[in-house]
Design a protein around this ligand. Structure first.
Ligand code: GUN
Length: 295
């Protein structure tokens, strides 16, 4: 199949962001500029890159952002204090604490401390609970929301489809499975959530009309695991050694792209697929947080 089966995440993300520009203008007319706080703990190289991209996207769209970088050794209590300060700061409508966090910090405690009304990551238990209940008043986690948007805007019909999600993480797999099974126009799928204890994982993959790889294993999904004509969404970002690359390594997804692309009806490139959508949905959640703050 030709390159025309690519789901172009950059173009779709640009469409989402174009839709936000008019809402940002309406807020500006009321004297409000959406504001987003980034909190990064330690110097994880990937987190630095991700937060940098998100900062740049804010700047391009006219969203105010402030980044707080705390040392790797920061005590949990200090991080929680910082989050409470941000909860009380009226200039900042959204708060994103970049994962992964150092091991001495409890992720669940951190995400429970972010005010649900500023939780543009959608990780607070209240927003996760709303998601599970099909209550659209909460914030949806950015990567799962971005995947739904990619599918909808690419004309992929999820209703009644067999969707197989690989990976049960709290950031992607679990919330994505919950979203896709909702009785909703762009969901309504039959969802199978596979993980490290799943027996005969390839047999599940081969049933999938839509296969989402979010398990964090480089090029895990091979052509032999994909039903011809399936839609394949690759969430993975994995660094692998590559002696031919100037840096000695390169990034690959969870899908063996070269061998799977010819089989797929549609497939996300990586990079340029899910990643830009995660950022677009973060901006979307932030604009919504600002609108709700001013309402
Ligand atoms: N690390 C990887 N993805 C995400 C995300 O969507 N939000 C946050 N806060 N950290 C992440």
């Amino acid at each position: 199949m030709s390159a025309s089966n690519l789901i172009d995440g950059r173009t779709i993300a640009a469409q989402v962001q174009a839709g936000l520009a008019s809402r940002i203008s309406q807020l500006a007319a009321k004297g409000v500029q959406p504001g987003l706080a980034f909190v990064r703990v330690g110097e994880d190289p990937a987190s630095r890159v991700y937060v940098g991209r998100k900062e740049k996207a804010c700047e391009l769209l006219g969203i105010h952002s402030e980044t707080f970088v705390l040392p790797e050794t920061t005590p949990e209590a200090e991080l929680l204090d910082r989050i409470r300060q941000l909860n009380d700061n009226p200039r900042l409508h959204g708060i994103l604490v970049q994962a992964p966090l150092p091991v001495h910090i409890r992720q669940s405690t951190v995400y429970s401390t972010v005010s649900p009304s500023k939780d543009v990551d959608g990780f607070h238990p209240m927003n996760m609970g709303r998601l599970l209940l099909g209550d659209s008043s909460g914030f949806r986690p950015c990567t799962p929301a971005g995947i739904l948007e990619l599918l909808a805007r690419s004309g992929v019909n999820t209703a009644g489809a067999e969707v197989v999600v690989l990976g049960r993480g709290n950031i992607v797999g679990k919330p994505l499975a919950a979203l896709l099974c909702q009785k909703d126009r762009h969901a309504n799928a039959t969802v199978t959530l596979c993980h490290s204890a799943t027996r005969d994982l390839p047999s599940h993959c081969l049933r999938a009309d839509i296969l989402v790889a979010a398990l964090g294993v480089a090029e895990f999904v091979k052509a032999s695991m994909v039903k011809p004509g399936a839609v394949v969404i690759d969430v993975g970002v994995n660094r692998v050694p590559d002696p031919a690359a100037p840096s000695g390594s390169r990034l690959v997804g969870d899908v063996a792209f070269a061998e799977v692309q010819p089989l797929a009806a549609k497939i996300t490139p990586n990079p340029g697929g899910v990643g830009p959508m995660t950022i677009a949905m973060l901006l979307s959640n932030t604009v919504r947080a600002a609108e709700q703050f001013t309402a």
